[in-house]
Design a protein around this ligand. Structure first.
Ligand code: SAM
Length: 235
């Protein structure tokens, strides 16, 4: 399967194993991961997509609308989808108290000096139970035929495994998380055997202490005050 599908599948497998109830996908773009999670929801009750670019969000958001089959089949329990325009460098109170935040191919689109506020907002302020961060592994780039420079012209940086892991370990120290590293996309597929790691590197962060007791039921959920709600559907 193509690399982006492997990244989505990684998240779907995680959701299947750990069964988070409230999930945010940051930088959700055309809502492709959200759409997959909707079909494999495994107990997700609240699924939120956030992107700074409302144009891409609005283009595909109706693909999240309930299908006839959603009405015909007995429901899996309460399920709500919300889409917001907002930036991962801005704090939004209604994004706190989630079980999982995914940032698939997002951080490399931030100016390097903004990565600091990304860390503070996601790990310090939102402080979800778990965070999945994926980003290109720069060490893999020589295996990509014809590639000069970054993989995408909007990328502001691409990190080696060491650079990614150094950032991740610092985040863990500062905000009380543990991290494990993995990835998707392997060099063997291209006929190479050098140890360059995965094409996409992934950090899976777990909050260390359940010191934070959000105890927010959906009913008590705060109204958005910074991000703009663009779409909401209750199944
Ligand atoms: N996660 C999707 C996927 O894997 O298919 C799309 C990733 S796309 C390469 C990066 C997305 O991040 C874009 O849709 C872009 O608008 C969004 N983005 C960039 N900066 C952002 C920010 N500060 N806050 C939220 N989203 C941002």
């Amino acid at each position: 399967p193509p690399l982006y599908m492997q990244r989505y599948q990684f998240v779907i497998d995680y959701v299947q194993t750990y069964r988070p109830r409230k999930v945010i996908d940051f930088g959700c773009a055309e809502c492709r991961l959200l759409k997959k999670l909707k079909f494999h929801r495994n107990g997700i009750q609240l699924l939120v997509g956030i992107d700074i670019n409302s144009v891409v969000l609005v283009k595909k958001m109706h693909s999240l609308a309930p299908l006839v089959s959603d009405y015909l089949q007995p429901s899996d329990g309460p399920f709500t989808i919300e889409l917001y325009q907002g930036s991962v460098t801005e704090r939004e109170p209604c994004t706190r108290g989630f079980d999982l935040v995914t940032c698939v191919e997002l951080i490399e689109h931030l100016e390097l000096e903004k990565v600091e506020s990304f860390s503070e907002v996601v790990f310090g302020y939102m402080a979800p139970g778990a965070v999945i961060v994926s980003t290109p592994n720069a060490e893999f780039n020589p295996l990509l035929p014809g590639l000069k420079g970054f993989r995408d012209c909007d990328h502001k940086f691409e990190w080696s495994r060491d650079e990614f892991q150094t950032w991740a370990h610092r985040v863990c120290r500062e905000y009380g998380y543990s991290v494990q590293f993995t990835g998707v996309g392997v060099g063997e597929a291209l006929g190479h055997r050098r140890d360059v790691g995965f094409c996409t590197q992934i950090g899976v962060f777990q909050r260390n202490f359940d010191g934070i007791n959000w105890s927010m039921s959906n009913a008590e959920r705060l109204e958005p005050s910074v991000y703009r709600l663009l779409y909401k559907v209750v199944y």
